[in-house]
Design a protein around this ligand. Structure first.
Ligand SMILES: NC(=O)c1ccc[n+]([C@@H]2O[C@H](COP(=O)([O-])OP(=O)(O)OC[C@H]3O[C@@H](n4cnc5c(N)ncnc54)[C@H](OP(=O)(O)O)[C@@H]3O)[C@@H](O)[C@H]2O)c1
Length: 302
């Protein structure tokens, strides 16, 4: 299908963000002698996590950052993981700390996240940053990367001010649904958050001028869930069987039936190539922001 003019291209938008991060990093380093540092802790051998962490490290280097990876075995005691977080909190060459989730079951994820210094919490999961976002103090918060990237794509379609628009977010997780709803509210949209206990979900979705799907259910959002002229942001990443590609093959798909949605939508994000590439780009942007704060410089806008 020709989706020209309707596709919100996350690859292109992510490249723009990364290009700005690189340029601003060069200036920061030249003018203040500070090189942004990003540290990633990975515990265990989860293959998907290893791929994510490797690509974060590559992107950090591409941006001119100091990149640190701490790889720990799956049986590492919680206290040792917390000790690594504390050391990174105290390390002035590190401006952003990320602990790759999920962690093995014997480690309390929340305890680890709340141990990260709020000033280095580039994932935006610490209560201090959650609170800043929730109270609308966006310029001082670290905003979680996936919703922050989704907002950039949305702004490309609709501009900065969403006054008068109805937004429906399907999903209420702390990493996507809730922060996304807060960002939409801060941009003046009228926001509804739907979840697994919501009744008449299709009716609610079909009233949305902005429909965000962050569920984890392949192609749950169909053509007739989408209001004519709506903007659809598909956060979902689902791996499904793809027998058409050969035996045992799989492919990635979102929470939205993209081609169906485009029959009604004015704009939509594809999967892959939509929100996904934005997440890692915004991690770089947040790390640059953290370093710029330390340097006492004006913060770059993304
Ligand atoms: N693009 C990216 O970089 C990126 C980043 C993060 C996540 N993701 C993807 O985004 C999706 C959501 O991630 P997440 O971490 O937010 O997932 P999550 O923590 O599992 O949350 C899923 C949410 O969807 C709701 N839900 C589940 N089934 C539903 C249904 N039938 N109808 C309505 N709501 C339903 C759940 O409701 P309850 O709260 O009632 O259970 C929950 O709030 C996943 O596919 C994930 O892979 C992508």
């Amino acid at each position: 299908m020709n989706d020209e003019g309707k596709r919100l291209d996350g690859k292109v938008a992510a490249e723009e963000v990364v290009a700005k991060v690189k340029a601003e990093t060069e200036k920061l380093t030249a003018e203040s002698g500070i090189t942004p540092g990003l540290a990633v802790i990975i515990v265990g051998e989860d293959p998907a996590s290893q791929v994510y962490v490797a690509s974060k490290g590559r992107k950090a280097k591409e941006c001119g950052f100091h990149s640190v990876q701490i790889t720990l075995s799956a049986d590492t005691p919680e206290a040792e993981v917390l000790g690594h977080v504390q050391s990174l909190n105290d390390d002035p060459s590190v401006h952003g700390i990320l602990v790759q989730l999920p962690l093995p079951g014997h480690i309390d994820e929340n305890k680890v996240i709340q141990t990260i210094s709020p000033d280095k919490d580039v994932d935006g999961f610490h209560y201090i940053n959650v609170g800043k976002l929730g109270t609308g103090d966006l310029s001082n918060a670290f905003v979680p990367c996936t919703p922050a990237g989704s907002m950039i794509l949305l702004r490309k379609a609709l501009g900065d001010d969403l006054s008068g628009l109805n937004a429906v977010v399907i999903g209420r997780s702390n990493i996507v649904g809730k922060p996304m709803a807060n960002l939409l509210l801060a941009a003046n949209a009228t926001v509804t958050i739907a979840h697994s206990r919501t009744k008449n979900l299709q009716d609610i979705a079909s009233q949305a001028d902005i429909l965000v799907a962050a569920v984890g259910r392949p192609e749950m959002v169909k053509e007739d869930w989408v209001k004519p002229g709506a903007t659809v942001i598909d956060v979902g990443i689902n791996r499904v069987d793809a027998p058409e590609r050969g035996e045992g093959k799989t492919r990635l798909t979102g929470d939205v039936d993209y081609e169906g949605a485009l029959e009604n939508a004015a704009h939509a994000t594809p999967v892959p190539g939509g929100v996904g590439p934005m997440t890692i780009a915004l991690l770089m942007a947040n790390t640059l922001t953290a370093a710029s704060r330390v340097a006492g410089r004006e913060l770059p806008k993304f």
